[in-house]
Design a protein around this ligand. Structure first.
Ligand code: SAM
Length: 355
């Protein structure tokens, strides 16, 4: 029987991470979808991206009316709250024969929800978190079998004692090279040591961004390490298309090829592409992973964390007015999605690394 989670009170400016995690827990622990009572396209994109890669079915819909959802729900409504009745006692009373709506809040949940819910359930009468409450509830609802859910996605994780192994079952082999393989490839291609050292710092920041933004961390890691592989041939702007060419020759995952191709500044538009004499193609970062690597590279000046103002001024002084505006826009786009902001993260991460 279907299970849908209704997430209430989501504040896009501060709850992105928690709400994304609630959606991912809902998906991983057997719910069919999540409704969000505020609009947030970035959460829809992140969750849909995970479902696309790792499998579903799982839907996410934002900007729904919680009142209308509660009124029109044809089935049981459960509200998780620390003020509710004990989980194990109430569990026995919930029928599995009709669809279930599980309501979770962010801060204060309106009184009306307590009234309309068939059951107000506490996962222990202590304040904690909607993510933990949801995980425990879904597992109990499925009699402890939530983790047995099978997913039909292309990407499968191979459980391992150490390390990270993932395969793309469509192609039957791992498509993202390990960190070790990326570094070996840079050396085989005779990338200068300073380029490799820069790539490792970019990778460090890019991974921190990817973790906070729910992006594909392995892809970001490989893309960041290899983004300057073209500098084994040229240090001019042509190193981006050159790097993509090398990556294609190496048979690397097309997503890595595109990260390399699209990493210059915050991208190169069609007009600039023609001026630079790049081969036809798209040189603007489009996916979250492409944007993360491009911007981490913009923020890292050699091996140090640069200030946005200085980066923009340098581009302007070189006459790259449009490129400066693009870097600013990408900074704003990513900055607002990262708690505490990008500059703080950059200083924290790069500071940590050099200490
Ligand atoms: N006053 C809230 C409450 O009613 O539980 C606590 C707010 S808490 C930051 C956000 C959400 O976490 C709540 O809306 C509820 O869904 C969930 N939550 C927190 N503690 C819980 C608990 N002990 N049992 C069930 N749900 C809980």
């Amino acid at each position: 029987m279907s299970v849908v989670v209704l997430r209430m009170g989501h504040r896009p400016e501060r709850d992105k991470r928690v709400t994304t995690h609630a959606a991912l827990v809902a998906r991983a622990f057997g719910a069919d979808g999540m409704l969000l009572s505020s609009e947030d396209k970035s959460i829809e994109n992140t969750v849909n991206d995970v479902t696309e890669r790792f499998g579903g079915p799982f839907f996410i819909e934002t900007d729904v009316s919680w009142r209308k959802t509660l009124t029109e729900w044809k089935g049981v409504v459960v509200h998780l709250t620390m003020y509710g009745m004990p989980l194990d006692d109430t569990m026995k009373k919930i029928t599995r024969e009709v669809p279930l709506l599980v309501v979770i809040g962010a801060e204060k949940v309106p009184r009306e929800v307590y009234e309309r819910a068939d059951h107000n359930i506490a996962v222990g009468n202590q304040p904690h978190s909607e993510i933990a409450a949801l995980a425990m509830f879904l597992d109990r609802y499925q009699n402890g079998k939530a983790l047995e859910r099978k997913f039909d996605g292309a990407m499968r994780i191979i459980p391992s004692e150490r390390g990270k192994e993932m395969v793309d079952v469509r192609e039957g082999s791992s498509t993202i090279p390990s960190r070790k393989r990326c570094l070996a490839l840079l050396r085989e291609r005779k990338c200068p040591d300073n380029v490799i050292a820069h790539a490792e710092v970019v990778e460090h920041l890019a991974i921190a961004m990817a973790e906070r933004l729910g992006a594909n961390v392995n892809l970001v890691s490989a893309g960041a390490l290899l983004h300057d592989i073209g500098r084994s041939k040229t240090h001019g702007p042509g190193h981006a298309p050159m790097g993509a060419k090398i990556a294609k020759k190496e048979g690397l995952d097309p997503r890595i090829v595109r990260i390399i191709e699209r990493h210059l500044g915050a991208g190169v538009d069609e007009e600039d592409r023609q001026q630079l004499g790049f081969p036809p193609g798209i040189y603007m970062p489009e996916t979250l992973e492409e944007k993360i690597v491009a911007h981490a590279d913009s923020l890292i000046d050699d091996r140090r964390c640069g200030e946005l103002d200085a980066i923009v001024k340098r581009l302007e002084s070189l006459g790259y007015e449009k490129a400066a505006r693009r870097v600013e826009a990408l900074h704003m786009e990513l900055n607002k999605m990262i708690e505490g902001g990008l500059d703080t993260l950059c200083r924290k991460i790069i500071g940590e690394q050099s200490s």
